[in-house]
Design a protein around this ligand. Structure first.
Ligand SMILES: Cc1cc2nc3c(=O)[nH]c(=O)nc-3n(C[C@H](O)[C@H](O)[C@H](O)COP(=O)(O)OP(=O)(O)OC[C@H]3O[C@@H](n4cnc5c(N)ncnc54)[C@H](O)[C@@H]3O)c2cc1C
Length: 809
């Protein structure tokens, strides 16, 4: 029995540490020799054991034997069942870089990678830009005027943005741009977004997926030299048109065409070019754009470029005044006034040099778009979502302290507290998620899977934060007008959810679909090997990947079960007494995820593509692991402030619970129930180890945003701040400051009332308190001032019957 135990122990330890097959074989051989020498076992038993050993180990370790006996038949079987990858899918797969998500997929994340990443920070110039022009720009913005009266930013604001390089954040200095980091870009959008969603979207678009980004990455020197300085100065306003009535999420199915032919252009005849016919919609900035980036399917029926007729998706830049372009109508996107509209083209002729990147990039449009999606998904939209979270943390927290019902600030009621907890916790997660991905971009990586995770997660959390802020503000947030700072962000939610890959699709198709292929250590290698036209090489590559993959699965089984039993208490990870636990749970869940991902791929094969409920849950698990990584890094980057620990803990516990829910959902819904049950036993041998954050923790999180303090300052850092009592949000800060100043006085009044010295504990007793010398004249004045500030903070706009004019009292 002891020797059986020793053998099992050796096998498990080798699997746990992922020892190479050869090393593992030698260790088992050494154990067999030990058994032979020390145990005094019957020689026939020893011989039998050596025969079994040889039968297993020789085919596994001798490559020619393994190739013929095992790899070839498996390879041939795989070839029959593995679906082919379309060119569009291949281009999406090839786009971008693999980053931290590969560590999460590995089942054994290297935390050194995470810890060695630099802190995101601004240069002096970037900080000065935010404190100067961005602050001034924010002061110029009046969101109500923009969205309800003018349906546009004022001409002065437009000019200010152009003159100060707001549309040139990503353009290098040599072309007259600002060349700011991804982090600075994110900070700028956060500040503008906290003032006006319409203005933020206007600034976002030229700085994310649009002609600027495409030109920078793929443009010819002539294109860059001509367009980039003009974009930097705001002489040209760009837009990029991919979506059309028949091609939304499935943009690759666009019916828009370009045909290579000869035509007339700017007075010259017989120019080789493209005749375009297209119909696009929802295009941001299109109504005022001077240059349009257009995606279309190019054909060359007369073989003017090559023998191929179908040339694939191609991108071109067109001046908006070109004959045949119809532009100028507007959509009205959820009561926001950023420019957005359709653009159509009928028989528009453009020369070949309009193709972004020139003829070398004919047919490469889809790959170019996929490569350049990163900024919108990773920077602009998450910044906008984070701005909403920061606003919610600062102003909803303050409002819940200022607004009283039942003689009590509403934030003190447990029901409201739950909503406040969610606001603060989700904001911390959003801020961390968008900060970490900006570090990747600033380090030169374009992590496509993480960009999709951040886009999806931040937008969903934005939805949650804004909805809860709306609940807490009640009628105050519903009554629209210049004093309402929440209704427009509320209306912006679906915009963030829909653009740059609508959220349902991003969750269920992109995150795991792309993640598994890109970030799994072996899957893509196996797929590529199976599709290799050189079968001999294919089998060799497959053999290598497949056996490493099998070892990987065995290791993940052992590691997951061990971590499940021990609650991962014995893994060495970074972190201190407060954070180590979460690093360990992350390592544990990474191992479980790696195992479960393989099980799903193994059980469902190609049908996993259609089983979106399963791949969506895998995406949830992966995304929540990213969120835990991000908050751990964020907490340390911010200086490990003990006061912020409650936020860190809340997000980690919430995320662990989400991962558990996602994994249990997968196990329950696998088509072979016994496999799900087995996975459950391996990963969660102690049933449900994770619970939602408890009420006590939630209480502390909510209290962090109920009154001013360092935690709420860090949480809301970067937004436009105002304590102007006439400003929609500034009036709440103004009132909060006075409420806190008079807090002790309120206690005094309450005590006096309890003792029967005052007839009331409310504002109607202020005068009585003064007359009875319970408070001084100065204290009385302060109470009156605070009361006025509260009334000002809670008031809502009123409109006249006639002309619907704002007549707020
Ligand atoms: C305000 C605004 C600004 C925009 N700006 C631009 C721009 O500048 N340039 C540009 O080219 N486009 C732009 N768009 C278009 C945007 O990218 C599309 O709206 C988006 O791709 C979704 O397309 P759709 O609206 O047609 O929805 P649909 O494609 O009809 O999708 C509807 C729903 O079905 C879901 N869905 C679709 N397919 C699947 C699937 N396979 N699995 C799971 N769910 C699926 C989607 O997630 C979504 O929830 C903008 C859109 C808006 C609203």
């Amino acid at each position: 029995m002891m020797w059986i135990g020793i053998f099992i122990f050796i096998i498990l330890v080798s699997a746990y540490f992922r020892l190479p097959l050869l090393v593992w074989s030698l260790i088992v051989a050494a154990a067999l020799i030990g058994y032979q020498v020390l145990s005094g076992a019957d020689p026939s038993q020893i011989t039998l054991l050596w025969i079994i050993y040889a039968a297993v180990i020789i085919p596994l370790n001798l490559k020619p034997v393994r190739l013929n006996l095992l790899s070839r038949p498996i390879y041939m079987a795989m070839k029959k069942i593995m679906p082919t990858i379309s060119q569009t899918e291949q281009e999406a797969l090839d786009a971008g870089d693999v980053w931290w998500e590969a560590e999460l997929f590995s089942g054994k994340p290297d935390f050194d990678f995470l810890q060695k990443l630099p802190k995101p920070k601004l240069t002096t110039e970037e900080q000065a830009f935010i404190d100067g022009p961005v602050e001034e720009f924010c002061n110029m913005l009046d969101d109500w005027q923009i969205t309800h009266v003018d349906y546009d930013m004022s001409p002065e604001t437009w000019q200010f943005a152009k003159d100060n390089g707001f549309f040139a954040l990503i353009i290098p200095k040599q072309y007259g741009g600002l060349d700011y980091s991804a982090y600075a870009h994110s900070q700028i959008i956060i500040k503008i977004g906290s003032r006006s969603g319409s203005a933020a979207v206007t600034v976002m678009v030229p700085n994310s997926l649009g002609p600027g980004k495409l030109l920078l990455t793929y443009g010819t020197e002539e294109q860059k030299d001509y367009y980039l300085p003009r974009l930097a100065k705001g002489i040209e306003i760009p837009c990029f048109a991919l979506t059309g009535p028949d091609a939304g999420s499935d943009a690759g199915a666009m019916p828009d065409t370009g045909v290579i032919c000869h035509g007339s252009y700017e007075g010259k005849d017989d120019v080789l070019g493209i005749r375009l016919n297209f119909s696009k919609r929802y295009i941001t900035l299109a109504p005022i754009a001077t240059i349009l980036g257009i995606a279309f399917k190019l054909t060359d029926p007369d073989h003017l470029l090559s023998d191929e007729v179908e040339r694939g998706i191609t991108l071109a830049l067109i001046k908006s005044e070109t004959e045949g372009i119809e532009i100028g109508q507007r959509h009205f996107p959820a009561n926001h006034a950023f420019m957005n509209g359709p653009v159509r083209g009928k028989d528009v002729f453009i020369p070949l040099d309009s193709i972004i990147g020139g003829v070398d990039y004919v047919g490469k449009g889809w790959m170019m778009l996929m490569e350049c999606l990163g900024d919108g998904r990773a920077i602009s939209l998450p910044a906008l979502g984070t701005a909403a979270g920061k606003m919610g943390s600062k102003y909803t927290g303050a409002y819940a302290r200022v607004r009283q019902q039942f003689h009590t600030p509403i934030g003190y009621f447990e029901g409201v507290e739950e909503a406040l907890t969610e606001i603060a916790g989700q904001t911390y997660a959003m801020d961390a998620a968008r900060s970490l991905v900006s570090v990747a971009l600033d380090g030169g990586a374009v992590p496509s899977v993480i960009s999709a995770i951040v886009k999806y997660q931040v937008m969903e959390r934005m939805r949650s934060v804004i909805n809860r802020s709306m609940d807490i503000h009640g009628g105050h947030a519903i009554s629209m007008g210049p004093h309402n700072h929440l209704a427009r962000p509320y209306q912006l939610i679906p915009v963030g959810i829909t653009v740059e890959g609508a959220n349902i699709l991003t969750r269920t198709m992109i995150i795991f679909g792309q993640g598994a292929m890109r970030s799994h250590p072996y899957l893509l290698k196996e797929v590529v090997a199976v599709h290799n036209e050189d079968q001999k090489q294919g089998i060799r590559d497959f053999d290598h990947a497949f056996f490493a993959h099998m070892g990987f699965i065995i290791s993940n089984v052992v590691r997951s079960f061990w971590f499940g039993l021990t609650f991962a208490k014995f893994i060495s990870t970074p972190g201190d007494n407060d954070t180590r636990h979460y690093y360990r749970q992350l390592a544990k869940m990474s191992s479980a995820f790696a195992l479960l991902a393989d099980i799903c791929v193994g059980v469902l094969g190609g049908s996993l593509k259609r089983r979106e409920k399963i791949s969506g849950r895998l995406a949830d698990a992966l995304s929540n692991m990213y969120i835990i990584s991000a908050v751990l890094k964020h907490y340390e980057d911010q200086g490990s402030h003990k006061e912020d620990l409650v936020l860190l803990k809340w997000v980690c516990e919430d995320s662990l619970f989400n991962i558990q829910t996602a994994m249990k959902g997968i196990m329950k819904n696998l088509p072979v129930p016994i496999i799900g049950a087995l996975c459950n036993f391996i990963i969660f041998p102690l049933t449900k180890p994770y619970q939602r954050p408890n009420d006590r923790l939630g209480h502390k999180v909510a209290r962090a945003i109920l009154s001013p303090g360092d935690t709420v300052d860090r949480l809301s850092a970067g937004i436009f701040n105002s304590d102007d009592k006439n400003d929609a949000s500034g009036r709440i800060t103004h009132a909060l400051n006075l409420v806190l100043k008079t807090d002790e006085l309120q206690h005094k009044l309450r005590d006096a009332h309890k003792q029967g010295r005052l007839s009331s504990r409310d504002r109607d007793a202020y005068l009585e308190a003064k007359e009875k010398n319970i408070i001084t004249e100065t204290e009385y004045n302060l109470l009156i001032e605070a009361e006025a500030a509260i009334q000002n903070a809670i008031k809502v706009d009123e409109f006249s019957f006639k002309d619907w004019k704002v007549e707020t009292p």
